[in-house]
Design a protein around this ligand. Structure first.
Ligand code: COS
Length: 378
């Protein structure tokens, strides 16, 4: 896709940052399951933690397309750093920008955008994953406080987050209309972190349990209105899926970059591997499908930027980019052969990281439900 000069310049800039500063850390972050605090600080300095947030709140004042390009380029070299950027921005920052009042924005949004605080999003529970309306975490109003009880699972950046937006129900019999959105801050009594997951991929990103035991949060921590939390979270996920699509695309492109490098140099029967017709066919297929995924991701971003509904398009972007990204990483492993299974090359990491793109922020099956409902009605 041809980007206008403004976006091309942004893409060049963020690509330079990713290649120079993120790529050299990627293998080590994965190996040591190390969260990249130094890179978070650096991204904050570069105003990358609030790319689409207006300057008045400390953001870069750019748009969703720039944000998608940034996640794509970071993901192209390091999935773990990419998922931090996506989760912090789309899931930590966005719901406060979208549903918070001015007081809440100055209290939470500005420090998140400046990188002084880390944000996170608590929706999933042990028994409420794809069926997000099945939330069992409860909120009971007692005077000026909500008393929260429940457990959240698989929360990106959970145990390192300072500000967490989460859902709880005030009346399970009301289904999604009983759910409200709240904010809890690190250190609140009754709020603690459970275990960090030992994951297949994105191992430099933290995924944790959040535990609420008679946790009292002030009434002012309600985000939006009572009973409207499900909608806040669905709107958040609609945008989040653009960034996961971008990340899935970036990881797939990372695999294609590795293939191109490898087949230029590797030899087969005295010939460069790139002369092999099967290799050529695979490279052509992957490159075409990744380009199509890029069109879907950028289209969803542009629709969001101009205020046109994009629910279907963001679900399509995530569904398709993670599917072709997974194909690209699998073919990369086939082309590399036994070399690809070792940590000498990044392709096994890309494949492990990409698998999570088909699951997080709504599985591929959920994306198909979202797309079908937009086309056929519920
Ligand atoms: N965007 C905005 N609003 C949405 C929406 C979307 N994508 N999907 C549903 N809504 C709204 C509906 O418009 C409806 O609002 P009203 O009550 O005003 O009519 C409300 O939410 C309930 O919609 P619905 O009845 O369709 O919800 P369901 O319980 O059937 O669930 C799915 C819908 C399955 C799509 C939802 O539960 C979902 O997205 N699940 C996946 C959750 C997920 O991605 N988890 C990943 C972990 S979080 S990182």
């Amino acid at each position: 896709m041809i980007l206008s000069k403004r976006y091309q310049e942004f893409q060049d800039w963020v690509r330079q940052f990713a290649r120079k500063e993120v790529a050299p850390r990627a293998k080590e972050l994965d190996k040591k399951e190390e969260f990249p605090r130094d890179l978070v600080k650096r991204m904050a300095e570069l105003k990358m933690l609030g790319i689409f947030i207006p300057e008045e709140y400390g953001g870069a004042g750019l748009d969703t397309l720039c944000y998608a390009i940034a996640v794509e380029e970071v993901g192209r070299v390091c999935g773990s750093t990419g998922i931090f950027l996506a989760a912090h921005s789309s899931l930590g920052v966005f719901p406060i920008y979208h549903a918070g009042d001015e007081k809440q924005k100055s209290r939470w949004l500005i420090p998140l955008v400046k990188g002084e605080k880390i944000g996170s999003f608590g929706l999933t529970e042990p028994n409420a994953g794809s069926d997000a309306a099945a939330t069992r975490t409860t909120a009971r109003l007692e005077g000026d406080f909500y008393v929260i009880n429940g457990i959240k699972r698989f929360i990106t950046s959970g145990s390192i987050a300072d500000i967490i937006v989460f859902t709880a129900t005030q009346d399970p019999s009301k289904g999604h209309r009983g759910i409200s959105a709240f904010v809890v801050e690190k250190g609140t009594r009754g709020f603690s972190y459970g275990r960090n997951e030992d994951k297949l991929g994105l191992r430099g990103s933290i995924t944790s349990e959040l535990i609420f035991e008679d946790c009292r949060i002030p009434k002012e921590n309600l985000l939006g209105k009572e009973g409207e939390g499900f909608k806040v979270f669905m709107d958040t996920l609609d945008g989040g899926r653009i960034s996961i699509g971008a990340l899935a695309l970036g990881i797939g492109e990372g695999a294609l970059d590795a293939i191109i490098n490898f087949v230029q140099q590797a030899q087969e029967s005295g010939q460069p591997l790139k002369k092999n017709q099967w290799i050529q066919s695979m490279v052509a297929e992957i490159a075409t499908e990744l380009e199509s995924a890029r069109l879907l991701v950028y289209q969803a971003a542009q629709l969001k930027d101009v205020g046109i509904p994009f629910i279907k398009e963001s679900a399509m972007a995530k569904y398709y980019a993670s599917k072709v990204g997974m194909k690209a990483t699998s073919i990369a492993l086939e082309i590399f052969g036994a070399d690809g299974l070792t940590d000498e090359y990044p392709v096994e990491r890309f494949m492990r990281d990409e698998k999570l793109m088909e699951i997080g922020e709504g599985t591929s099956e959920i994306q198909k439900i979202v797309i079908a409902r937009q086309i056929l009605g519920k």
